[in-house]
Design a protein around this ligand. Structure first.
Ligand code: PMP
Length: 406
């Protein structure tokens, strides 16, 4: 029988604990580099101007109501989300072999894909995750009963991609394995394969008949260019892979708490691809129904308005450049300051890494000293959120890093 009192306490979520310690620190010098959300130069959350505009228009819309969305979500959003990720001219769209459901942000999309694979994949495939990866990947795939394994990704030596290690691991992984790939701005390392490396990864996966599961949480936020950040996904589609894509609109629209995202299933080309894809869509709808019935409307309306209006879309691209540009500026600024101080070690990885996060190479003891002595908060693997840096705290942070590294 179930005995509630036998349920052991779960460990605290490490990021949650970090945020709490930061909040409780009374120092006026404190810096929060843990949070995975964009901050402006005043360390404040930023509502994208285009989101504010779309939001105002929705509020003034006399036809607005609070009815349920369809099981698959807002059709205008899911159609636009497809175009955004695979490209408007994609053969997958033209040949009607991509289906899309709106989800509870990127987390819900990864979950829906994991659930689908655990139910419908005949072999209960092992899910290969990069080492390291976004911590939630481990939990989400494990929770739906799938086995997980790791492939090498980050080289501690170069603070770049362990390309050889990754390729060898994929060559050794069983045929048919599912491989989770971060489309751009890898979390937590900020390290992405080059286009040439992506081609080689695709070639190995093709040869091993492996199944890509793309997680795209930073399109446009990484480089400031929506097409460039979608390059890897579009290349794999071009190569004829069957695949899943989990898409988040949390970062690129700043819609974190509105839980807006999409899950896509792309079927491989072939004469029955469109029919097979429709079957998959129907099964996904059943799963979605039992999990969430239908997705939340508010963020979907905002994103949909922006994606479907050319003027708003152009303004969104501008806002994306504002966010990615500020982050790139902080990368350059931090590297410059450390190099100017002659801080031991090399710091070029700060500018070659991309997106929200940088894997600094700081070790756990150094991270601990930064916290206790300098009131700087980051995860113990040495990951910093670049968005937590700004022109007011970057000098202090460089001084702190210099001091703990020496
Ligand atoms: N995947 C990765 C790699 C992420 O970094 C994130 C955001 N931390 C997500 C998915 C999903 O986040 P959300 O559920 O807020 O969209």
């Amino acid at each position: 029988v179930f005995t509630a009192s036998r349920v052991a306490a779960a460990p605290e979520d490490p990021l949650f604990g970090l945020a709490k310690a930061y909040r409780e620190d009374p120092s006026d010098k404190k810096i929060d580099l843990g949070i995975g959300a964009y901050r402006d130069n005043n360390a404040k959350p930023w509502i994208l101007p285009v989101v504010k505009k779309a939001d105002d228009a929705i509020h003034n819309d006399p036809n607005l109501n609070h009815e349920y969305l369809a099981i698959g979500g807002l059709p205008d959003l899911t159609a636009a989300a497809q175009k955004l990720v695979v490209g408007a001219e994609s053969p997958a769209i033209r040949e009607k072999r991509i289906c899309t459901l709106q989800t509870i942000s990127g987390t819900g999309a990864v979950h829906l894909g994991g659930l689908f694979l655990s139910k419908f994949h005949p072999l209960k495939p092992t899910i290969y995750l990069s080492d390291p990866t976004w911590a939630n990947h481990n939990q989400i795939f494990t929770n739906v009963g799938l086995n997980i394994a790791k492939y090498p990704y980050f080289s501690a030596k170069t603070k770049g991609l362990d390309f050889d290690g990754m390729v060898q691991a994929l060559q050794a992984a069983p045929t048919g394995s599912v491989v989770v790939l971060h489309a751009c701005a890898h979390n937590p390392t900020g390290v992405d394969p080059t286009q040439e490396q992506w081609r080689a990864i695709a070639a190995v996966m093709r040869e091993r008949n492996q199944f890509p599961f793309f997680d795209t949480a930073y399109q446009g936020f990484a480089s400031g260019d929506l097409n460039r950040d979608a390059w890897a996904i579009r290349y794999f589609v071009e190569q004829g892979f069957e695949m899943c894509v989990a898409q988040s609109f949390a970062k690129n629209f700043g819609l974190y708490g509105e839980r807006t995202g999409a899950f896509h299933f792309v079927s491989a080309p072939g004469s029955d691809a469109s029919e097979a894809n429709a079957h998959i869509a129907s099964q996904l709808a059943i799963l979605q129904r039992s999990e969430i019935s239908n997705p939340p409307a508010y963020g979907a309306r905002i994103a949909s308005r922006i994606l479907n209006d050319p003027v708003l879309f152009a303004q969104w691209e501008e806002d994306l450049r504002t966010m990615s540009g500020r982050i790139q500026e902080m990368r350059r600024g931090l590297r410059e300051r450390l190099e100017a101080r002659g801080t031991p070690g090399t710091w070029d990885h700060i500018t070659s890494q991309i997106g929200m996060f940088s894997f600094t190479g700081l070790n756990e003891a150094q991270v601990q000293t930064l916290r206790s002595k300098w009131h700087v908060y980051m995860t113990k693997n040495g990951r910093i959120s670049m968005a937590g840096l700004n022109t007011n705290n970057i000098d202090y942070f460089a001084e702190a890093v210099d001091s703990v590294v020496r």
